[in-house]
Design a protein around this ligand. Structure first.
Ligand code: FAD
Length: 474
């Protein structure tokens, strides 16, 4: 048995590997256990995010956007492209290379921070608050003990009831990132973040994409003004999105036939070459051996934790997708740091009100804080201001003037309650709203800060000015 550890982290996704690094930085003898492997059996730390989530999806979004630009946008710049073709095998190989660089980067960080990495499945094998035993089933089985355990085992895709993923015809996120050739007809069930991002990739590469969504509203969690703009832009791009559908049957043989009722309760049937099912994710606790130590899970399978991420077991914590809250990599990372610091007796803190959200479609959609419809429902007195990229010089020079930036601020105090952006690099611009909200800034603060010219961030400043109805460039 290996020497006892101060902290053992199960899972090396963005939650787990960051928790391990922070614990090691704080002076704890730390182990991190993860079972993900490459096709040739090598360790592939980074979890869903690195292997089949955030990173590969953004690699393919970039590649497919480059292709779309070369085909449609370059001509306006006077760049003529003849005989444009796409090599999917090369595109997928590049994506795999990006993933591998991230896997290697995490292994390097473990070494640098003296985190002991175990490759295999980690599960509780007994013990108690004085020292938990964790069995690692890997190339060689071993059992380690640790005073504290941090569970960061993440999530996995939710299948449609009775419809299994085969990753040939019916694809989860893993399959959606590895389609070997552009399908002629691609179906996507679920118009959430993953469905829209994956649908965008394959549409740009030439697929006819139909998105079927059970909810009657499009992007219901997004500020209504942005959701409306997104609907207009995405449908114009050729994404056929149907809302309020109810799937009745999915049959896959050589192709996939989806029977459903539409929003008018009419029976419909659609045939696809591939079907991506992106209807959400479920917590991943298989292999943890939770019941052997009495670790409490809720009825949906999430590890039950308090606000501070403590489970019902003393010295056992849980973070990331496997616990309540948004399934986002940066939320997992924030919880990771906070838990490691709490273990060290510090006051780690995660502010759920300032977690940014991003949808990496084109244009990107990003937001932080409250939407206008939330504020209305709360009966809050607020002022809103928005500014279109159409009136931003940098956006014009870029050739992408779609969308706008919007602020909502308290009517009395002017404190920023939310920032919303749809447009070029909204994922980067949103950081300004996050910082402002963390510092309790007023829209007036943003309006009075000097922003570089010409930059997209000037649209943020102008949106803040718009709250007080005094834009300078509109
Ligand atoms: C297609 C897609 C795109 C996404 N894009 C984004 C994005 O752009 N931005 C964003 O913020 N989020 C994105 N997400 C969500 C993001 O990937 C997750 O929120 C994030 O990975 C959660 O991190 P985690 O550490 O909790 O779990 P995970 O990343 O799921 O990692 C858990 C790890 O633990 C391992 N594990 C599980 N059980 C055991 C065990 N018993 N023993 C050992 N190892 C175990 C798993 O194999 C895995 O390696 C995306 C997700 C998908 C599917």
């Amino acid at each position: 048995m290996a020497e006892p550890f101060d902290v053992a982290v199960i899972g090396a996704g963005p939650g787990g590997y960051i928790a391990a690094i922070r614990a090691a930085q704080l002076g704890f003898k730390t182990a991190c256990i993860d079972d993900w492997k490459t096709n040739d059996g090598k360790p592939a730390p980074g979890g869903t995010c690195t292997n089949v989530g955030c990173i590969p999806s953004k690699a393919l979004l970039q590649s497919s956007e480059n292709y779309e630009h070369a085909g449609h946008a370059f001509a306006e710049h006077g760049i003529e492209v003849n005989g444009l073709t796409v090599n999917i095998a090369q595109m997928l190989a590049r994506k795999d290379k990006v993933v591998r660089q991230n896997n290697e980067g995490i292994l390097y960080l473990f070494k640098k921070n003296k985190v002991t990495f175990f490759h295999g499945m980690g599960g509780f094998a007994g013990g108690g608050p004085e020292g938990w035993q964790v069995k690692v089933a890997g190339a060689k089985d071993e059992t380690l003990t640790a005073k504290r355990v941090i569970i960061a085992t993440g999530s996995k895709p939710r299948p449609l009831p009775g419809v299994e993923f085969d990753n040939q015809l019916i694809l989860d996120n893993d399959g959606a990132l590895a389609i070997p050739e552009v399908p002629k007809r691609l179906g996507v069930i679920g118009a959430g973040v993953i469905g829209l991002e994956m649908g965008s990739v394959w549409r740009r590469l030439g697929a006819e994409v139909t998105v079927l969504e059970v909810l009657p509203t499009f992007l219901g969690v997004v500020d209504e003004q942005l959701a409306k703009e997104a609907w207009k832009l995405f449908t114009k791009q050729g994404l056929a999105i149907q809302l309020g559908v109810s799937i009745t049957k999915v049959a896959a043989k050589k192709e996939v036939i989806v029977d459903y009722t539409d929003a008018n309760k009419k029976n419909q049937s659609a045939t696809f070459d591939k079907l991506i099912v992106s209807i959400g994710r479920v917590p991943h606790t298989a292999g943890l051996n939770a019941e052997s130590v009495g670790l409490k899970l809720d009825e949906r399978g999430f590890v039950v934790v308090g606000d501070d991420c403590q489970t019902n077991l003393q010295n056992v914590w849980a973070i990331g997708d496997v616990v309540r809250g948004p399934m986002l990599a940066h939320k997992a990372e924030e919880e990771a740091v906070a838990v490691a610091e709490r273990i060290a007796g510090q006051h780690g803190h995660v502010d759920f009100n300032t977690i940014p959200w991003v949808i990496y479609t084109s244009p990107e959609i990003a937001w932080v804080g409250k939407t206008e419809q939330q504020l209305k429902a709360e009966g809050a007195a607020y002022r809103a201001g928005s500014f279109p990229f159409m009136a931003n010089g940098r956006a014009r020079a870029l050739g992408d003037t779609r969308g706008f930036v919007k602020f909502v601020a308290d009517a009395k105090t002017d404190r920023i309650l939310g920032m919303h952006a749809i447009g070029p690099l909204a994922s980067e611009l949103i950081a300004e709203g996050v910082v402002a909200m963390e510092f309790g800034a007023a829209s007036e603060d943003i309006a009075r800060i000097c922003h570089a010219h010409p930059s997209l961030s000037e649209a943020v400043k102008e949106a803040a000015l718009a709250v007080d109805k005094r834009t300078l460039n509109l």
